[in-house]
Design a protein around this ligand. Structure first.
Ligand code: FES
Length: 138
């Protein structure tokens, strides 16, 4: 069997779920480095974004967790944990980004791993606020 055929067959088998997950970990391997070419806006007057009207509030949009860390500072990081891709959340009391799957903890200011199994930092994105429009970019 040629390499191309093997890859096609493997992709088909993984896609159909014919092999137990535990046997073929490579089917689940994915890049957890976060979305690329990020460029979106959030209207803070929209009810869907109301969490960001409170310091300590956060939401996930387009694979990015956006956190309001002060009246004027917003932080944006990849929402996918770099360990196995679980969706992270923000703990405003601890002022940390946390992963519910295996206890990974990240610094919201720069995405750095504080503790737990994640092998690398969360990707960070820039934010800028103009009026009520928050822009998030790579
Ligand atoms: S997936 Fe986040 S710590 Fe394992």
């Amino acid at each position: 069997m040629e390499r191309k055929e093997f890859l096609k067959m493997t992709a088909a088998i993984c896609g159909l779920g014919l092999i137990p997950v535990g046997l073929v970990q490579s089917c689940n391997k994915q890049s957890n480095s976060g979305p690329t070419n990020v460029n979106f806006t959030l209207d803070l007057t929209a009810s869907a974004n109301s969490a960001l009207n409170t310091v300590g509030g956060s939401l996930i949009a387009n694979g990015v967790i956006v956190i309001r860390s002060s009246a004027t500072v917003f932080q944006a990081l990849s929402a996918a944990c770099t360990h196995e891709g679980c969706s992270v959340g923000y703990n405003p009391t601890a002022v940390k980004v946390v992963c519910p799957c295996h206890g990974g903890v990240f610094n919201p200011a720069n995405g750095a791993v504080i503790s737990g199994p994640p092998p690398s930092a969360l990707t960070t994105y820039t934010t800028s606020l103009s009026g009520n429009i928050l822009t998030v970019k790579s």
